[in-house]
Ligand binder design. Structure first.
Ligand code: GRF
Length: 220
């Protein structure tokens, strides 16, 4: 008898509100996302996202970065906890600590992040404010693989939103966040379905280079 392929195992890292985690959980529960969420780990004991995870019955852990003055020790404690679950993919969902090279190399090719801008535009913080100040007409969100250079790994999918007259960082941020919630579960699904490959720093979806936000046959 052919064996049933096992579900892609993911561990999600958070630091705060957890709305992207919630979008991922919803997609799992509605079977739009065929993965097993093994655990949610926060570097902050007060992260609201921990409540989201508990409410839905997923295991949670806190590795408090304040108890690890050295980054290497924090990263090591995170890796030990993550690896207990043997995940296929580690998902950064509003995880606000910069991770060291050893951590990133350990999860190379299986570490994803969502960033609230159309990378390579506006890496770093306060992206909505900076997008408005730049006079750009469009902004958006990016899901990418994490590499040693912050906010610049291979891009898996992006979604655009308009910048409207009178937008504030809050109104624009809300429009972008809705797109993050749409494209993050999608990128994780492509990974779980083994549809992603990275060649020469570019992500291929189903073997094709992704030039637009909609890969072949898909409505993100
Ligand atoms: C998101 O905008 C994400 O792109 C950024 O931090 C925010 C986290 O939001 N890295 P949430 O915790 O998922 O609600």
């Amino acid at each position: 008898m052919p064996s049933v392929p096992s579900r892609c195992r993911i561990v999600v890292l958070i630091s705060g509100r957890g709305s992207n985690l919630e979008a991922i959980v919803k997609a799992i529960e509605t079977e739009a996302l065929p993965v097993e969420l093994c655990a949610v780990i926060s570097n902050r004991p007060d992260a609201q996202g921990l409540e989201v995870a508990r409410r839905h019955g997923f295991p949670t852990h806190v590795i408090d970065h304040r108890l690890h003055p050295e980054r290497a020790s924090f990263d090591h404690a995170m890796m030990q906890m993550i690896d207990r679950y043997q995940p296929d993919l580690v998902v950064l969902a509003g995880f606000m600590r910069v991770l060291g090279a050893d951590f990133i190399d350990h999860y190379a090719g299986r570490l994803m992040n969502v960033h609230p801008s159309l990378l390579p535009a506006f890496p770093g913080l306060r992206t909505h404010e900076r997008a408005i100040a730049s006079g750009a007409s469009q902004h958006g969100a990016t899901v990418h693989f994490v590499t040693r250079d912050v906010d610049s790994g291979p891009i898996i999918v992006q979604a655009r939103v308009p910048i409207l007259p009178g937008d504030t960082a809050e109104t624009l941020g809300a429009r972008v966040l809705a797109e993050e919630h749409r494209i993050y579960p999608l990128a994780i699904r492509w990974f779980a379905e083994r549809r992603l490959a990275v060649r020469g720093g570019q992500v291929l979806v189903d073997g094709g280079q992704q030039s637009a936000e909609r890969p072949p046959g898909e409505t993100p």
